[in-house]
Design a protein around this ligand. Structure first.
Ligand SMILES: *Cc1c(COP(=O)(O)O)cnc(C)c1O
Length: 393
């Protein structure tokens, strides 16, 4: 893409990162190859040593993966991006690349279940400790800082309670002590929120979710300043949690419709949240696009809309929540989110089932809580499906 003026996000989502082969294909080419051929022995040596730029082996780089990385970097306004096999491998690669034994991380109690599990139970074996604090309490992040703190890791809005972290406030706190800030931008995607514009050093993605958007493949990415992503690349090329070329190609196609999907799904989520909030069997709705959200003003400043995730508690406990789930015929009972098909989960017994009851309580995940990831179906059909169970409470 040769141009001397900045393109809009929706243009970048369709065009950025594509490099045509000698065949001039219109759609992005899928390079299913594990290795690349060299012209001669000297070139092989130069490519292996890094003296000459170019593809060597698909654990390191692959043109289809590179196209996805460049497109996502353009969308996030990042200097560089490294794609990984899943969202969790993106988070693992980031921590392994940038933290060493003796380092300390501050993360939020609302982090994704597997992220919490990794930081709380696996990383201490490698000498990396994490303190978990409330997402919304900047003073608690400050109090948790130690001289050896290396990284703030946050996820906003959080899953499933949609708590908002004040990215700019946490960045200014972290940067005073040279601490890096990484933001898991899974729920908003660059269409609704660009953490790097607010000063964050790194953005992490589970591309499995909205970036694919159609529930097909696993993928992940770390984007940010090149000095930092270069470290992530060094880890990836040696340790191997690489994104497959096939998945990268699927994700490239997903990015092309990211903006229209996110806008449509957010609009439907707001309608559904508004309906749920008035429902007599619903105790509370968690949605950043509703004025009742405790951080509505911050969300409005930081995000372009409330996003596609709506959580709510029913009146009652696990039995009542499960009754709503079990009477749904349209909403899919599945762990994924960010799909065009609306999904419904009971976090306390599924996605957040492996963390301890204490961690769950600290994160506010009650037995009455349900999470909906709104897709592209008609809102009236979603309401009717939920109404069946809700009307029995
Ligand atoms: C799903 C998810 C992850 C993990 O991604 P995978 O692709 O499943 O490994 C990380 N963070 C958030 C917020 C997620 O929703």
């Amino acid at each position: 893409m040769d141009h001397d003026y900045p393109y809009s996000l929706e243009t970048l989502a369709v065009r950025a990162g594509q490099e045509r082969s000698q065949f001039n294909e219109h759609s992005e080419a899928l390079y299913l190859t594990s290795s690349f051929v060299f012209d001669n022995a000297a070139q092989a040596a130069a490519r292996f040593s890094g003296e000459e730029a170019g593809n060597v082996y698909s654990r390191f780089t692959n043109p289809t993966v590179a196209a996805f990385q460049d497109r996502l970097a353009a969308l996030e306004g990042a200097e560089a991006c490294i794609a990984t096999a899943s969202g969790m491998s993106a988070i693992l690669s980031l921590v392994m690349a940038l933290c060493s034994s003796g380092d300390h991380i501050v993360g939020s109690t609302g982090l994704f279940g597997a992220t919490q599990q990794m930081l709380a139970t696996m990383m201490p074996r490698f000498g990396i400790q994490t303190t978990f604090v409330a997402q919304t309490d900047v003073a608690a992040w400050e109090a948790a800082m130690r001289p050896e703190t290396k990284l703030f890791f946050l996820e906003t809005p959080s899953n499933p309670l949609t708590e908002i972290a004040d990215i700019a406030a946490l960045v200014s706190l972290a940067h005073r002590q040279g601490v890096l800030v990484a933001v898991d931008n899974c729920f908003c995607t660059p269409i609704l929120q660009r953490p790097l514009d607010l000063g964050a050093d790194l953005v992490v993605h589970s591309a499995t979710k909205f970036l694919d958007g159609q529930g097909r493949v696993l993928g992940g990415a770390v984007a940010g300043r090149k000095v930092l992503t270069d470290e992530v690349f060094k880890f990836l090329r040696t340790a191997g949690p690489t994104l497959s070329a096939f998945n990268a190609w699927v994700l490239l196609k997903g990015l092309e419709t990211l903006q229209i999907r996110l806008e449509a799904q957010s609009a439907k989520a707001l309608q559904l949240a508004t309906w749920l909030e008035k429902h007599p069997s619903v105790a509370r709705v968690y949605y950043p696009g509703l004025p009742s959200h405790p951080q509505f003003d911050l969300a409005r400043r930081q995000q372009r809309s409330g996003g596609a995730i709506v959580s709510f508690t029913v009146k009652g406990g696990r039995a009542e929540a499960w009754k709503v789930v079990d009477h749904c015929r349209l909403l899919s009972i599945t762990a994924n989110l960010g799909d065009t098909k609306t999904t419904l989960t009971h976090p306390a017994s599924t996605t957040h089932g492996r963390i301890t009851p204490e961690q769950r309580a600290a994160a506010g995940i009650t037995e009455a809580l349900l999470r909906i990831a709104v897709g592209l179906e008609a809102v009236i059909d979603l309401q009717n499906d939920l109404q069946t169970g809700l009307s029995l409470l």
